[in-house]
Design a binder for this molecule. Structure first.
Ligand SMILES: Cc1cc2nc3c(=O)[nH]c(=O)nc-3n(C[C@H](O)[C@H](O)[C@H](O)COP(=O)(O)O)c2cc1C
Length: 161
């Protein structure tokens, strides 16, 4: 099955790192979601702005993407956890396509409080078949140290082959 990996990653590349592992292992196309307006300020400003956006269900405009999920059977979607759910940019992405008949593999990175992120992705992909959701924990200070054992991540990726 043709696979596309799409991810959003802002703070320190944690979600990008996992997305690239998946894409390398599956020899899949991969691309990053980016907001039209960059988030200004440092980590704490992003945390605060992210909270306001999540609370009001804000969907920021995102840059046009090269790959269309309509052209793939399976789409792996990666997001950092923002306030117990997906990052707003990922909510925008999911709202822009028709997921009926697609297989979606959601994954999140987080710092210890995964929340409802994977369930929220399921809800946003109406009509998709959801498979092999994965949570990858990084350190709780917003850093880039992976807490989930690498072997667990590799086992999940093997299950997608
Ligand atoms: C706006 C914002 C909100 C966050 N909310 C959570 C959260 O609810 N739970 C959690 O475990 N980590 C939370 N984090 C930490 C990130 O999920 C974690 O550092 C993630 O791996 C960052 O991925 P990235 O480097 O790909 O952006 C938050 C980070 C930001 C910037």
């Amino acid at each position: 099955m043709s696979t596309l990996v799409v991810y959003y990653s802002l703070s320190c590349g944690n979600t990008e790192r996992v997305a690239e592992m998946v894409a390398d292992a599956l020899d899949a196309d991969i691309e990053a979601i980016e907001t039209v307006e960059p988030y200004p300020g440092g980590y704490q400003e992003v945390v605060d702005q992210g909270k306001r956006e999540v609370e009001r269900g804000y969907k920021p405009a995102i840059e046009a993407l090269e790959f269309n999920p309509a052209d793939y059977g399976r789409i792996v979607i990666g997001t950092p956890t923002w306030w117990y759910t997906m990052a707003p940019a990922v909510a925008t992405y999911l709202s822009e396509y028709d997921w009926r008949g697609k297989t979606v593999v959601p994954f999140q990175t987080h710092g210890g409080w995964p929340g409802e992120t994977l369930d929220d992705i399921v809800d946003a992909c109406d009509g998709a078949r959801i498979e092999h959701g994965m949570s990858v924990q990084f350190d709780s200070t917003g850093g880039d140290r992976m807490i989930t054992p690498l072997a667990d991540v590799e086992r999940w990726i093997d299950s997608l082959k």
